[in-house]
Structures are given as C-alpha cells and as structure tokens.
Design a binder for this molecule. Structure first.
Ligand SMILES: [Zn+2]
Ligand SMILES: [Zn+2]
Length: 382
C-alpha cells in the first residue's frame, strides 16, 4: 500500500509499504478515504519528537471497513467509520472510566495512552495510507450515517480536532453565558471557538497572528485578537471591562513563539493566567512533552517551563490538561454534524490525493497563507 513515511526532519515521502492487515481477532481493517494532516504531526515532521524514521503518519482517520476479525461483532464490512486517534482497549480500568486517552493496555508498561502514527504513543502505524489496522475495532470505530459519504470533510474532524477543541472548552469549566479566550487559531483552536459557541459562551475571543486563521474565526462570530499588533492580555482586559475572561483554552503547545519568532514553552500559559480572571479555568490541549531535546533552552529540553505559578495560585485558577478522550464526545458531535448544527469543514483549505502529502506538509509547516487544514484522500468512498 502507499503511505506517508517519515525519513527525518522535514523529510517525508509517499512510499510502498507492506499492506496493513488483520492481525488479531478483534481487529478491523479500514480503507482510508479521508485523513488529515494535524498540527501535532508538524512537531514530528520538524524532528521535535522522538518519531522513528520509517514510521507512517496519520491519526485523524476516516474510511470504509473492508475486513473484520473473527471476534468483531458490531462493525461490519461496508461501514463508514471515524477512528478516534486514541487507540484504546475498552476493558482496562481507565477505558471503563471513560479515559480512553489513557488506556492502560495499548502502550508499553508504564505509559498510559496510545495513538496511531504518533511518537511515543505505541507501535501503531498511522492512517495517511491506503489501509489502517484498527485494534479493538468494535470499541474504537464510530459508525457514520449515510450522509458521511458526501460530507467526509465534516465527519473527518471527529477523529481528533473537533472533540479536542470541545474537550479544551469542557476542561476550562465554561458555563453558558461566560466569556472565553482561546490562544491559537490553528485547527484545534478554531474547533475550540466553534465548541465554545455551541456550549453557550457569551463572548469568544481568539488570539493568533495569521490573517487566514483569524478570518476563519471571524466567520463563525469570534472576536479576533492579532498578537503581532497588540498585547493579547491588554486586548482581553479591554474587551471584558478590565476583569479578564472567565475561561481560557491553550491550543498552541510547547512550540509557542512570540511575534518576533522567539520560542518559549510558557508563553501562552502565562498569557492565559494574565488574561483570565480570579477563579477562572483553563483547558490545555496544546501539546506539551516530557522531553524535548531540540528545545532552544535547557529547561525546555527537560520538559520544564517558566510557569507563573504564583499568579496562577494567587488568582485561584484551575487547569485541565492532556489529550482528549475522543470517545467521550464523538457520538454527540457526530449528531451535531448530522443535524447540520455545525459544519467543521469550514476550516478545510485543501483536499488532496495522498501522493501530494510531501508538498502539503511543507506548506502547512511553513504556515503558508491559505493552508489552514489539509485533508488527504488515499481512496475514494464506494
Ligand atoms: Zn491531530
Ligand atoms: Zn484500555
């Protein structure tokens, strides 16, 4: 099969690799028809994560089931399914408690949580390929309605970024009528803005410096703040009568950098602490890592940050962290799409065949104007 393979920093190609196949009775084999390039793929693409050369990218996958293992009971050949980026067994203590983001059996002992095509997240090849093996397929596959065949660019967001944006808003503690500020208007930040609107925020502010992303945020009614022109903290204060926002979302992660290009992994966290009022909450879904050998400073190399714990504590703020448990939300978000309450495909800028992945990575990584979200289509839906 053809697949997007990592060869080293900023070097990917579409190669012939052995076909994914059923390996265990609980496996489902999916022919991938839509798979996104994600911002977190870029950390690996840039060589800023421990991603083994030869690995296949792709954790935002949608496709058609073409074969099921002998122990699979629910999922059938021909089903169109969304595959959560979390690989989870459905049987361990964490899965049973709803924490499929921290499955205790899918990764090596001592590490909870696994994902497709992701550094340190287990041995699972990604879905930027013609075929994907889904372990524990009955538990992990979400069946999609018939309209998904023509609305793949909406439903493909169910595997990661729509639930992840939703989760960041949930972790912030947002209640209807409250205000929220989102740092980062990349795909996850834009989904957080959409989620905050659906969850009833009275005011959604979003901070970024790329005009194409800010335009997309404006299209759904968010108030945009260009941090290359103004201090985002001052702007939020001005918009909230000097109080700060009730809630905030971190959707940038450890490679945050200021408008001059200086990288600082504490930048957005500290701006959030300043932007949010006393007793406010923060949901952090931007990626942070325990080790970052390529970091520009010694603290960050060890996964540490100059976090303003004094102000954070003094203001009585709370923060939720970590990857999203996609299964907690994906059924309900599927219904929002099916009922046309939301259209998450509004951020998609490029629908491309798999073979064009190398150029897509290059442009998306360079934050080229207009490259807001890329969906690759390795195969056509039947
Ligand atoms: Zn992703
Ligand atoms: Zn589990």
């Amino acid at each position: 099969m053809r697949a997007v393979v990592y060869h080293g920093p900023r070097h990917v190609s579409v190669d012939d690799v052995p076909d994914a196949r059923i390996e265990r009775p609980t496996d489902v084999l999916v022919r991938i028809t839509s798979t996104n390039i994600c911002g977190s793929d870029l950390h690996m693409y840039e060589g800023r994560a421990d991603f083994e050369p030869g690995s296949i990218f792709g954790h935002e996958n949608l496709g058609e089931v073409i074969e099921v293992g002998s122990a699979v009971e629910k999922i059938k050949v021909g089903d169109l399914v969304s595959v959560p980026f979390n690989v989870s067994c459905g049987k361990c203590q964490n899965c049973e408690s709803g924490f499929t983001n921290y499955c205790l059996r899918a990764n090596k002992p001592g590490i909870a949580g696994a994902a497709y095509g992701f550094a340190e997240m287990g041995p699972y090849p990604g879905g930027q390929a013609e075929l994907l093996r889904v372990p524990w397929g009955d538990f992990d596959c979400l069946r999609l309605p018939e309209d998904a065949r023509s609305k793949q660019d909406d439903y493909v967001m169910l595997s990661d970024i729509f639930p992840t944006g939703w989760h960041s808003v949930v972790m912030s503690g947002l209640k209807p009528g409250e205000s929220i500020v989102i740092y980062g208007a990349g795909p996850v930040g834009l989904m957080a803005a959409l989620s905050a609107i659906v969850q009833g925020a009275s005011q959604v502010m979003i901070v970024d410096r790329h005009p194409d992303r800010l335009r997309l945020a404006e299209e759904i009614g968010a108030t945009t703040i260009d941090d290359s022109k103004v201090s985002p903290v001052d702007a939020v204060m001005e918009l909230t009568n000097g109080l700060g926002a009730n809630r905030g979302c971190e959707c940038v992660g450890y490679q945050a950098h200021d408008a001059q290009g200086h990288e600082d992994n504490s930048l957005t966290l500290n701006e959030l602490i300043q932007s949010i009022r006393f007793t406010g909450g923060i949901g952090t879904v931007g990626l942070f890592v325990p080790r970052d050998p390529g970091a520009p400073d010694d603290l960050a190399k060890h996964g540490r940050a100059r976090f303003d714990v004094g102000d954070f504590w003094f203001k009585g703020q709370t923060m939720g962290t970590g990857q999203c448990p996609v299964k907690r939300y994906n059924r309900y978000l599927r219904s929002l799409i099916a009922q046309e309450k939301v259209k998450p495909s509004w951020i998609v800028s490029h629908d491309l065949p798999l073979e064009q992945a190398p150029a897509a990575y290059k442009n998306f990584d360079a934050r080229e104007e207009g490259w807001t979200k890329v969906v690759l289509h390795p195969a056509q839906a039947a």
